[in-house]
Design a protein around this ligand. Structure first.
Ligand code: XMP
Length: 504
């Protein structure tokens, strides 16, 4: 078992960020709802209590019994620090001024938690409460301009609290502070892509034995990395299915299938274009289209799966943010992230999700460790329903062909200009309206194509990418001159929220 740190989540928006920072420092860590009671075990080296949207004094605030926690070093962050202080005999009250944004640390005492931090180090505050009185055995370690107890320690115990957020980028030396906490915990830095691959392959072999496993490939990074990892563990016991619903990008089916074969995967490509186009004919409501595509995918998958005898497992590329998002801090499942919804139950398949502990950037590192091509690993996210939700309104093979051509020009130029990896994702959208234009001496009346490109870190929020005007001019020219059916190109400058990344 790898050494680990456990983070108890009291509902702060930055809890996942704490986990990311710890992992970036090479230490395995897990996020659990605040009421989870970690087991005392050799591998558990430290616990962190996160921030929270609540005030300690609110009746509905999340509380735990600190005495039930294993006796390992404990760090409270923001609400976590206030909660510990209030539980151990201190007091928390409203700040005279609400503390949001930058502040500067005055370090008042030498302590391993603040080792190497410079005086006046910038830290990020985000709270309206403050610790007005430390517990009797509390020692003040640092203050800021406006709060006395910015950092404290409980004397004689391995308990610390900081009222700022070391995990956010604005806290300049926050990572150093977290690294100091890891040193206090004496936790081994053994979380690397290579160690992950090695331990996961061993676990998968043990878990799956000689069972057969089925996996639906999407062409995206998560399912592809999951497949390569499983292939390394169980080889031909794994069957992958890659369905062409006719709504992929130009040439994508052939190219991705070829990549998969080169990776040594046992993969079956299914051409189901006609089936999907038939189901979608005349449907223009976005939700109906999504449902039809989702169901069509399951239908095709089910037929193929039934051809494989004795299959016991369904593998999926679920990743950590999906797992955390699926469980609210009250412990209830709020979202189901199963890509092939309903199928496991119907076919009595057990689920295997080898990436469920990884963040997206970690999945990419594991992919590179497994020897996968750079292009495959750094491909933009692409929605399951594909161009079906980028051809607005009803879908025809001809409209799909038009948008495939425009998208191909756009994406190729992004790559050529070195902009592809600057943006989170990009794509062309075919609008269901036509506009008047003039080409040579001829009047044209053709479709409008919208270009979308966004920057983002997790697709939950996104900003429209500020692509250079000269680049947009070039793309527009190339599309209008080469794609029959489009005579006008517009650029989408809406951020999410209030817009979404996809148009449907
Ligand atoms: P929105 O449009 O909600 O998209 O801002 C957020 C991210 O999710 C992708 N997306 C999907 N991915 N199936 C998927 O696998 C879907 O039905 C789907 N809808 C949106 C979208 O491309 C973006 O990356």
């Amino acid at each position: 078992m790898l050494d680990k740190i456990i983070i108890l989540d009291f509902g702060s928006q930055t809890t996942q960020l704490i986990a990311r920072r710890i992992r970036e420092l090479g230490v395995y860590c897990e996020v659990h709802p605040y009421h989870y009671v970690p087991k005392t075990e050799e591998s558990l080296k430290g616990i962190i209590l996160s921030g929270s949207p609540y005030s300690v004094s609110q009746p509905e605030a999340f509380r735990i019994d600190l005495s039930k926690l294993p006796k390992v070093p404990l760090l409270g962050i923001c609400y976590g620090a206030q909660f510990i202080a209030s539980q151990l005999g201190g007091a928390v009250g409203k700040s005279a001024t609400r503390e949001y944004g930058r502040a500067h640390l005055d370090i008042l005492a030498e302590d391993p938690l603040l080792k190497g931090l410079s005086s006046k180090s910038t830290v990020w505050m985000s709270h309206s409460d403050t610790i007005t009185q430390l517990p009797t055995d509390g020692q003040r370690l640092a203050s800021t301009e406006t709060i006395e107890n910015a950092a404290y320690r409980i004397k004689g115990k391995e308990i610390w609290g900081v009222q700022f957020h070391p995990e956010v980028a604005h806290s300049e030396e926050g990572t150093k502070l977290l690294d100091n906490f890891l040193a206090i915990c004496k936790v081994a830095k053994e979380w690397t892509p290579a160690s992950f691959v090695e331990s996961t392959v061993a676990e998968l072999r043990k878990q799956l034995g000689s069972d057969k496993v089925l996996l639906a490939l999407s062409g995206g990074v998560d399912s592809s990395v999951a497949a390569v990892l499983l292939n390394k563990a169980i080889g031909d016991q794994l069957t992958c299915i890659f369905v062409d619903h006719g709504l992929l990008r130009k040439g994508e089916f052939e190219q991705v299938l070829d990549d998969y074969k080169h990776l040594g995967l046992n993969v079956k490509g299914i051409d189901a274009k006609d089936y999907f186009f038939r189901q979608l004919a005349g449907v223009s409501d976005p939700e109906k289209k999504r449902k039809i595509i989702g169901k069509g995918f399951i239908d095709v998958f089910e037929v193929e799966a039934s051809k494989i005898q004795d299959v016991k497992w369904l593998a999926q590329g679920t990743i950590y943010p999906d797992v955390i998002e699926s469980i609210s801090i009250t412990g209830q499942v709020i979202k189901s992230h199963h890509n092939v919804g309903g199928l496991p139950v119907k076919m009595k398949l057990k689920l295997v999700e080898p990436l469920r502990l990884l963040f997206k950037d970690e999945v990419r590192k594991v992919g590179l460790e497994l020897g996968m091509k750079h292009d495959m690993i750094f491909r933009h996210p692409f929605p399951g329903p594909g161009l079906g939700i980028r051809v607005l309104g009803d879908i025809t093979p001809e409209k799909v062909r038009i948008i495939q051509e425009a998208d191909h020009i756009y994406i190729s130029l992004l790559k050529e200009w070195g902009l592809y990896e600057e943006v989170w994702q990009a794509g062309a959208i075919l609008l269901p309206i036509r506009s008047v234009g003039v080409m040579g001496d001829e009047r044209t009346y053709e479709y409008v194509c919208a270009l979308r490109a966004v920057t983002s870190i997790d697709a939950m929020t996104a900003d429209w990418a500020k692509l250079p005007h000269e680049f947009l001019a070039k793309v527009s020219n190339e599309i209008i001159n080469n794609v029959k059916g489009i005579n006008r190109v517009v650029y989408d400058c809406s951020s999410k929220p209030p817009a979404t990344i996809e148009w449907e």
